[in-house]
Design a protein around this ligand. Structure first.
Ligand code: CUA
Length: 167
């Protein structure tokens, strides 16, 4: 096969490096795709808007509504606010191996929510409600971390997650 790069670069050494960098890009893309498929990672698909200036006044993100709610069908919904520099409420307790739907929003700027070693990770954008449904397979204490740089307190922005036995 005729080398398709011959028209744009004459030097064989340059051509070889173009091929090597293309190969690296494809290998990295492949690893990412494989990892997403095998670990059930997917981009958030929820597009729901909310007025970030009025979260505390009415609706599902008022203080009384934050935290874990058991729905009529037995599923769990966790409502959280990510704001400079913490998550509210600061402690969430959920049962192990149970589907939990997180609904999170921000009143100020972009934050992230990430629980290490799980597929719970999403961006939280003011004006939108981020929704993630996941289940935690292991009991124990863990943390929610902010993984989008949001200012001087970013490193200290975290809260607790407790995964407890069922019932
Ligand atoms: Cu919030 Cu970084």
């Amino acid at each position: 096969m005729r080398d398709p790069l011959i028209a744009i670069c004459e030097d064989p050494l340059e051509r070889r490096w173009v091929w090597i960098s293309l190969l690296i890009a494809f290998v990295m893309g492949g690893i990412l795709g494989l990892y997403a498929l095998t670990n059930n990672l997917h981009p958030p698909s929820n597009v729901e808007t909310i007025d970030p200036k009025a979260l505390h006044l009415s609706g599902e993100f008022t203080e009384d509504n934050l935290g874990v709610t058991t729905n009529e069908d037995g599923t769990l919904t966790v409502r959280m606010i990510a704001a400079r520099y913490s998550f509210y409420p600061q402690m969430i307790e959920v049962p192990v191996d149970t589907p939990v739907t997180f609904r999170i929003t921000s009143p100020d700027i972009v934050h992230g929510v990430h629980v290490p070693f799980t597929n719970m990770s999403t961006m939280v954008i003011p004006g939108y409600i981020s929704e993630v449904t996941t289940a935690f397979p292991r009991e124990g204490e863990s943390q929610f971390f902010c993984n989008e740089y949001c200012g001087l307190g970013h490193d200290y922005m975290w809260s607790r997650l407790k995964v407890v036995p069922k019932g």
